[in-house]
Design a protein around this ligand. Sequence first.
Ligand code: NDP
Length: 454
Amino acid sequence: MAEYDYDLFIIGAGSGGVRSARLAGQLGKRVAVAEESRPGGTCVVRGCVPKKYLVFGAEYGKSVKQAEGYGWEVDANPRFNWPKLRDAVQDEVSRLSGLYAGILEKNCVDFFTERAEFVNAHKIRLTTSGKEITAETILVAVGGRPWMPNLKGAEYAITSDEAFLLDRLPERVLVIGGGYIACEFAGIFAGFGVKTVQAYRGSKYLKGFDEDVRDRANKLQDINGIENRFNVSPKEITKVGGGYKVTFDDGTQIGTDLVMMATGRRPHTAGLGLEKAGVEMDDLGAVKVDEFSQSSIKNIYAVGDVTNRVNLTPVAIREGAAFIETLFKDNPTAYDHSDIASAVFTQPPIGSVGYSETDAAAKFGADNIHVYQTDFRPMKNILNGSEHRIFMKLITMGNNEQVIGIHMVGDYSGELIQVLGITVKAGLTKADFDRTCAVHPTLAEEIVTLTLRS
Ligand code: NDP
């Protein structure tokens, strides 16, 4: 039997990689991780975590103004200090990244701050030191990277990676895209007082979400002072003085100080040498895996965004844990990707779990589903002047009215959808919601008093 340097070598110290390394280390396996950046991956270093802090920062600006409705006289002229928030967030990112390094150390995992590339199915090469390492099993957990279309002047645009580190805030920004990242960052910039335009090639943001949610996403951005431009795709970016001019396919142009492209992400597999190991990838460069996260090569697995299944941090963590069960515990485990709740951190946020109405009708037949929904102004906003409302939609299926989808727009949606996700996963019915007593006065109580949409 061949003798390898490690039982498991992991490429990428993000959410999926670190969880897998920790669990394998706890089992006494010989484990190593290589990471070309800092431990923590997209979520900790340039994604969910710093983004959420920026959202908190943007919301404070609104709170100061809204407090007047509750009797507060805010005398001073509040001004936003971007470098102060940016640096505080980066300090926290460094602290968390250090914690991730600590997790690896504590579990006796060897850590290489170097890029690793495949030499063959059992051997990788560290590109800085040139060191070659063999492993019985290799896990690819390299995540994704921002992607932008190949348009003239694309080099002038930033992506979310750079948005966290801006020297100074621009006066005007143009955010291109209509997905999670575009909607969240347009909200962040607008919240900081930047004159923000969001340009999207479709007519409703958040493709794939429930149509009613998408309508409200458009409205929500509008209420936040974002200028929405729909049905336009960028064709060219040119530099004009200290700013930029973006020309769209309909011939219109927008002048701005900063262009941020949020046009999607792609698996980070270019140059990784996967083809030398014989690993199959799809057209976008995602590692093709089966339900156990095993690639086309028996000893090579992949978890997280590099597989382009459901690109969310908690999913990568669950896939990593399932992989360790399968590999080292003689317990083949396939992570169930159905009914995963998620939130878009617009201001206020959007929460969603299960089927959209359109998908539910297509799958089960329009006659077999029922839709319950409400749209109201939350109590808090009566006095503070905010125009934001709450939208809740609950979709049931079959005679027993099993709840198969819940969608929310409005305050606390991100928090509530986490809990509501349990009800969908557990297969609860509308009757279970109905016999649950309300907590009054809360906005969440409406979820147990919903009536059929008329
Ligand atoms: P998305 O795929 O969500 O959005 C990409 C956007 O770019 C879409 O609106 C798309 O349009 C548009 N687009 C794509 N190609 C072009 C083009 N050539 N020209 C113009 N527009 C284009 O990607 P994101 O980058 O926003 O996010 C990536 C993933 O990261 C998400 O899907 C999600 O899984 C994860 N994520 C999750 C977050 C959360 O949980 N809160 C936050 C951030 C990211 P169209 O809609 O027409 O396809």
